[in-house]
Design a protein around this ligand. Structure first.
Ligand code: ACO
Length: 433
């Protein structure tokens, strides 16, 4: 067995350094000792987009991108999606273990009792344009919640954190539903405490004149599984935003608004929306080969394909592909499914995609299912943000209590001008004062 070190030879000085290797990483700060002279700041690592930099230690989610493995707290995502409900998985992500029966009952009741929002929140949502994108409404309203709960800034108090976590998990479906109702020009629906989390969300979205909303259990379960699959995905773009913003010790509502903004982008949680637009744009089966050719020429991307971490089939996409058939048995087959399947078939046998290890990701099929469940396309990123709230909060709390963490503050390589002075010219009259 060799030593757990790597040797760095600095050819600039001829000096040699032994850098400790722990958990397959070197500590970037150890590079600093390599200096050309006493004045030198020391060697840094350059890693735009964090392609090869671990930003934290985390015990929450494990991904093996080459093997297509995703586990929450050690449990395979396939087993959780089969055996558990979203609220149990939420507890698991936050606490590390699945809840006991008693813990679950208290947890479910606590969350249910945090689903209502202040009446002023409704007025706030009312203030948006009639055609405002629901994700824009969602993330702004989440940020605005910090003004309703100013005590949330005491982020180092565990009891306070617990309270805000309950509030956020309880309220995100309500705010999401209100964003949808506003978009549709429909009155807001109060939460129904008799219903389970996803059933109540459907009630707040779809209830019309009936006295009590009847939840279809198969659709409710499908939505719950979608929520489980989207709950966490380790250090993705939005989670990194949550940790980064939260590292300034701001309240969780403000940090979560920033994370939701990161999720909104078409390369992240906005991709499911982009997949639907892409399928509509392609239009017919016969247009698929020419679309693929365009993608291969670099004129656009095959949305819902490719992933920074997965270099094989995204395990979530596998579960969703099967689920799509079960949902369509109730809702009727989504005509875009055939196009999606054909795109996948062609892409998976094409050298361009094989060479780059581009496989369907979670967004490739989720959009088709959401659409069949009657969600407008612009609600898709919001549907992603509801369950991901749990992951963001679990990661935020883990970051706050981690003694190795500090305020996030990367370095840069300055590429601008050297020091220079303003040109001498006659001062303007207004600047003389
Ligand atoms: N379609 C066509 N080509 C692609 C695609 C795609 N969807 N994704 C990557 N490529 C190509 C790139 O052009 C590049 O080719 P090159 O080496 O010839 O230049 C190569 O594959 C590597 O791509 P990168 O952009 O370097 O990969 P990166 O890891 O930075 O990007 C990302 C990952 C953003 C997910 C990318 O695959 C993509 O844009 N996919 C489409 C959007 C999408 O579906 N996003 C959802 C991701 S899942 C989630 O966020 C929940």
């Amino acid at each position: 067995m060799g030593k757990d070190t790597v040797t760095l030879i600095d050819n600039r000085t001829g000096k040699q350094y032994e850098l400790a290797v722990k958990d397959g990483t070197i500590n970037a700060m150890d590079l600093r000792q390599a200096k050309v002279d006493a004045e030198d700041f020391g060697l840094m690592a350059y890693d735009p987009a964090f392609m090869n930099t671990a930003n934290c230690r985390s015990a929450i989610t494990f991904i093996d991108g080459d093997k297509g493995i995703l586990r929450y707290r050690g449990y395979p995502i396939e087993e959780l999606a089969e055996e558990n409900n979203f609220l149990e998985v939420a507890w698991l992500l936050l606490k590390g273990e699945l809840p006991t029966k008693d813990e679950y009952n208290v947890w479910k009741s606590d969350i249910t009792h945090h689903t209502m929002v202040h009446e002023s929140v409704k007025k706030f949502v009312d203030g948006f344009q009639y055609d405002a994108h629901p994700m824009g409404i969602f993330l702004s309203t989440i940020g605005a919640l910090s003004t309703f709960y100013p005590e949330a800034k005491h982020v180092d108090d565990p009891a306070n954190r617990k309270h805000q976590i309950l509030r956020l998990i309880g309220k995100v479906p309500t705010i999401a539903a209100y964003a949808y109702r506003h978009r549709m020009g429909l009155p807001y629906v109060m939460p129904d405490n008799d219903l389970y989390y996803t059933g109540n969300f459907m009630n707040m979205l779809f209830k019309m004149a009936e006295l009590k909303y009847e939840v279809n259990p198969t659709i409710e379960r499908a939505l719950d599984i979608l929520f489980i699959l989207h709950a966490d995905h380790e250090q993705n773009c939005s989670t990194t935003a949550m940790r980064g913003i939260g590292s300034s010790r701001v309240d969780p509502y403000s940090a979560l608004a920033g994370a939701a903004a990161a999720l909104y982008g078409p390369l992240h949680g906005g991709a499911n929306e982009a997949v639907l637009h892409m399928l509509k744009e392609i239009g017919t089966m016969s247009a698929i080969p020419s679309f693929i050719e365009k993608v291969k020429k670099g004129e656009g991307r095959l949305m819902g394909f490719g992933h920074r971490i997965y270099k094989s089939y995204d395990p979530r996409a596998k579960i969703l592909k099967e689920m799509a058939h079960r949902v369509f048995a109730i809702t009727g087959r989504n005509p875009l499914l055939d196009m999606a399947l054909e795109l996948e078939k062609i892409a998976l046998s094409d050298e361009y995609f094989i060479k780059r290890k581009l496989y369907p990701n979670v967004d490739f099929y989720s959009g088709l299912i959401y659409q069949s469940l009657k969600f407008p396309v612009d609600m898709f990123p919001v549907l992603f943000a509801i369950p991901r709230t749990v992951g963001w909060l679990a990661q935020w709390e883990e970051m706050l209590v981690d003694p190795e963490q500090k305020i996030a503050r990367p370095r840069q390589i300055y590429t601008g001008s050297g020091a220079r002075h303003l040109p001498k010219f006659e001062k303007k009259e207004s600047a003389k004062a």
